[in-house]
Design a binder for this molecule. Structure first.
Ligand SMILES: Nc1ncnc2c1ncn2[C@@H]1O[C@H](COP(=O)(O)OP(=O)(O)OP(=O)(O)O)[C@@H](O)[C@H]1O
Ligand SMILES: [Mg+2]
Length: 509
């Protein structure tokens, strides 16, 4: 009896010894402090003496914050989630980590929050790697000039304001002028072109993002896209980090040698979130109450867009930041900052939008500073002349409105200009292939449409597009692949266009 008891005790001890041998006791130390006050989106913490700038701080209930203001005796923490449950007196601890997001191919087709958390119903995001949200921009030595075009599929942009891969082009306009539409059409146009698209929504309503998602899905564009969103209901800290997180996600693909497009919709709301944060942190306000470092906040972000050299994989990150203006005031603080950081701007005009001249691009006030070098050669046959004569036309049109008597040449410029404007119009969600764009613009630019009544231009345009794609597939393909338009190609194009115009004339009542 006694012996069997001894045996069983020995056995138990053996088991305990085995279990202990398999485990390793580890002492994890956390520097712990206490929350002393909680405000909307921010908290003040005392007792985290060793905390570093931008280090993650663990708060009550698994909530994370980011150390932001390091004052001698307390830390201002930006909350990265809803802080409703947070109360003064609760514990806070250092994590020793900085903010990072998951990166990888598994994110394609997904909708994630600013911390990389999935927001769609497709379950967890299965990535292997995480990278910091804030990363330094590629150094100059790793960068190459912008030489390859990024086709938007929009006639007015591809011909007059071409965008190159690795460029940063600002989309600027008042409320409801078609800013998002331009970015969305550009994303749709990347289908089958091997470009990864990241759309970063900042401070929008959830319903707006849901609508965008529907369009991406409907046009078969979700497979190569990623949506990163921080809605207007989220704390300012989350909205503030969203574009940096989206850029980190985009850079992963660029560093693999891929071409990537990123849209920030929009940086005005981003600036507002940052302003709110800074005011809550009691940082001194400057112009328009924005903190003094708002310029740095945006330049640090947009500097990350680039074309990498071939030795670095040759990938590119093209950025289309969007900014909202008030009453077309492009010299307000945030728009001017962004204009000076980017390589050009597409300015949208509410007047044009009201008249239904869409996309409402104000050609005279828009510019693309580096894209010209990247434009496909076939556009050169049409673009230079077109831009100049179009701007002349716009000036003349204002003048003609006063009932001035015009000479014959001016009347011809007006007639041609009206038709050029007509062909620069484009329906939303209908990006147009290169060759069709060139054929249509050539027709208008050469004044061949002058005999066609303005209201019939759209119909003739469609006929030209169909004829050119059907009858000249080889020339179309050569244009698309970046070959210049030789004289014979031009003659062939004009011949096909001529036939269409003759038929159209006969058919006209
Ligand atoms: N080329 C176009 N053809 C037809 N409709 C268009 C075109 N571009 C934009 N729209 C329509 O105009 C409206 C406003 O466009 P959009 O939402 O892109 O503007 P926004 O400037 O981004 O607005 P917000 O300031 O609210 O963000 C939308 O209903 C859109 O469908
Ligand atoms: Mg918008």
């Amino acid at each position: 009896m006694k012996e069997s008891l001894h045996a069983s005790v020995r056995l138990t001890l053996d088991i305990v010894a085995q279990v202990l041998a398999g485990t390793r006791a580890e002492l994890v130390t956390h520097e712990v402090g206490r929350v002393i006050s909680v405000g909307p989106g921010v908290a003040r913490v005392r007792g985290l003496a060793g905390v570093q700038a931008e280090e993650l701080v663990g708060l009550h209930g698994g909530l994370l914050g980011m150390a932001y203001n390091l004052d001698p005796d307390e830390v201002g923490v930006v909350l990265l989630g809803a802080g409703n449950a947070l109360v003064a007196g609760s514990f806070a601890h250092r994590t020793g980590r900085i903010l990072d997001v998951p990166v990888g191919g598994a994110l394609l087709g997904r909708v994630v929050g600013a911390l990389g958390n999935p927001l769609d119903e497709l379950g967890p995001v299965r990535t292997r790697e995480r990278r910091p949200v804030e990363r330094p921009a590629p150094p100059i030595l790793h960068r190459a000039p912008v030489t390859r075009p990024l086709q938007t599929g929009l006639k007015v942009i591809d011909s007059l304001l071409p965008i190159g891969r690795g460029q940063r082009e600002l989309i600027l306009g008042d409320r409801q002028t078609g800013k998002t539409a331009i970015a969305l059409d550009t994303i749709l146009n990347q289908r089958g072109r091997n470009v990864v698209c990241v759309y970063c929504s900042i401070g929008q309503r959830t319903s707006e993002v849901a609508e965008l998602l529907t369009h991406l899905r409907r046009h078969d564009a979700l497979g190569y896209s990623i949506i990163v969103t921080a809605s207007g209901d989220e704390p300012p800290g989350v909205q503030y980090i969203a574009p940096y997180a989206a850029t980190t996600i985009a850079e992963y693909f660029m560093e693999q040698g891929r071409d990537v497009l990123i849209v920030y919709d929009d940086l005005t709301r981003h600036a507002r979130a940052y302003r709110e944060l800074s005011l809550l942190m009691r940082r001194p306000p400057g112009r328009e109450a924005y903190p003094g470092d708002i310029f740095y906040v945006h330049s640090r972000l947009l500097e990350r867009a680039t074309q990498l050299r071939a030795e670095r994989g040759g990938g590119s990150l093209t950025a289309l930041p969007i900014a909202e203006t008030q009453s077309q005031n492009i010299s307000a603080y945030i728009p001017t900052n962004l204009i000076s950081i980017t390589d050009g701007q597409i300015v949208l005009s509410p007047t044009q939008f009201r008249k239904g001249i869409l996309p409402a691009v104000d050609v005279g006030r828009s510019v693309s500073r580096v894209g010209g070098k990247a434009q496909l050669p076939c556009y050169r046959a049409v673009a230079g002349e077109l831009r100049l004569s179009y701007t002349q036309f716009e000036e003349l049109e204002v003048f003609a409105r006063f009932g001035t008597r015009l000479d014959e040449a001016s009347v011809a410029t007006l007639e041609r200009g009206r038709r050029v404007r007509e062909v620069l119009r484009q329906q939303q969600y209908r990006p147009m292939p290169v060759a069709e764009q060139v054929a249509v613009l050539m027709t208008a630019g050469e004044g061949l449409l002058n005999a066609v009544p303005v209201e019939q231009v759209a119909r003739v345009e469609q006929a030209i597009r169909t004829a050119v794609t059907r009858q000249l597939p080889k020339i179309c393909q050569r244009m698309e692949s970046g070959e210049p338009l030789v004289d014979e190609d031009r003659a062939e194009l004009l011949r096909v266009i001529g036939t269409v115009l003759t038929v159209a004339k006969k058919a006209a009542p």
